[in-house]
Design a protein around this ligand. Structure first.
Ligand SMILES: NC(=O)c1ccc[n+]([C@@H]2O[C@H](COP(=O)([O-])OP(=O)(O)OC[C@H]3O[C@@H](n4cnc5c(N)ncnc54)[C@H](O)[C@@H]3O)[C@@H](O)[C@H]2O)c1
Length: 283
């Protein structure tokens, strides 16, 4: 079966970089008209130029997913310039590392706002259009940390757990209108979000030991699953979360960031009981 997204319009938040960019590029390659919505306009323009150069259709939209006005404007433009939104991918995301007792409210708000509220605001606008049309596809990008906890990343884990469950509730609510809502939970993917960590050999090795397939993921690994989810192959699939991490979610020992923090030179609590058996060895 050949997969074509001809005639479809996809809005990809966080589409300027990493996973969102990989998805935007693959969707465009398959014929979709793509709106790249992102805060980073320089990167968004670069991503868009790449798609257009490869004969794809794309436009950029300055977008802050935490702002109702900004999200509203993006959907309005998608309707007026591209004819609607058939596919929404919520990939814009962020995180912060901090021990719970040092976590400041601004950090908490920032992570929850971008990852959880941002996905909600975009889903809400998409639902209005898709209900009217009687069809549509929404993909939320969560993280394996939606179920596998990480010490030192409580807001991130909370936001992604929320995204996973929000996906299920929205799928239940929107199913009767012919709208698919699914979630992708990536493992450790080589994107700018992770470059710093992946470049430190001890951390890279530590992460690799937790991936049964033995390699880091690429944005294309996630994009292929996104294509599956919006294709006819997944016609009968909704409310599902697909882990895309080479089996990393099965290992679950990424739960401890303290060894990583130590390698990065940050002060962390002395909690030997929390050391996973395969944590990078301390000097
Ligand atoms: N890379 C990984 O290993 C990994 C693992 C699990 C989950 N994820 C999730 O995948 C998604 C994409 O991450 P990535 O690795 O591609 O990161 P990335 O940093 O490469 O891309 C994220 C993009 O989101 C944009 N963005 C941030 N805040 C925004 C806002 N308020 N409004 C609009 N755009 C905003 C950034 O400008 C950036 O272009 C995130 O939700 C992330 O949590 C990534």
């Amino acid at each position: 079966m050949e997969i074509s997204l001809d005639g479809k319009v996809a809005l990809v938040t966080g589409g300027a970089s990493g996973i969102g960019r990989g998805i935007a590029e693959m969707f465009a390659e398959l014929g979709a008209a793509v709106m790249i919505g992102d805060l980073d306009m320089e990167l968004a323009e670069e991503a868009c130029a790449g798609i257009v150069e490869a004969s794809g259709k794309a436009i950029v939209q300055e977008l802050d997913v935490t702002s109702e006005e900004s999200v509203g404007a993006a959907f309005e433009r998608a309707v007026s310039e591209l004819g609607g939104v058939d596919i929404l991918v919520n990939s814009a995301g962020t995180g912060c590392m901090s021990a719970l007792d040092e976590l400041i409210v601004e950090e908490w708000d920032m992570v929850i706002d971008v990852n959880l509220k941002g996905s909600f605001l975009c889903m809400r606008e998409a639902a209005k259009l898709m209900k009217e049309k009687g069809s549509g596809n929404i993909i939320n990008v969560s993280s394996i940390n939606d179920t596998v906890p990480i010490a030192g990343e409580i807001p991130y884990c909370a936001s992604k757990g929320g995204v996973r469950q929000m996906t299920r509730a929205a799928a239940l609510e929107l199913g009767p209108y012919g709208i698919h809502v699914n979630c992708i939970s990536p493992g450790s993917i080589q994107t700018p979000l992770m470059f710093e960590m992946h470049e430190i050999p001890e951390i890279r090795e530590g992460i690799l030991r937790q991936i049964p397939f033995g390699r880091l993921g690429q944005p294309e690994d996630v994009a292929k699953v996104a294509v599956f989810l919006v294709s006819d192959l997944a016609d009968y699939v909704t409310g599902h979360t697909l882990e895309v991490g080479g089996g990393m979610h099965l290992v679950g020992e990424m739960s401890y960031l303290w060894p990583i923090e130590r390698i990065m030179g940050n002060e962390v609590p002395d909690v030997p009981i929390c050391q996973p058996p395969n944590a990078p060895e301390e000097e």
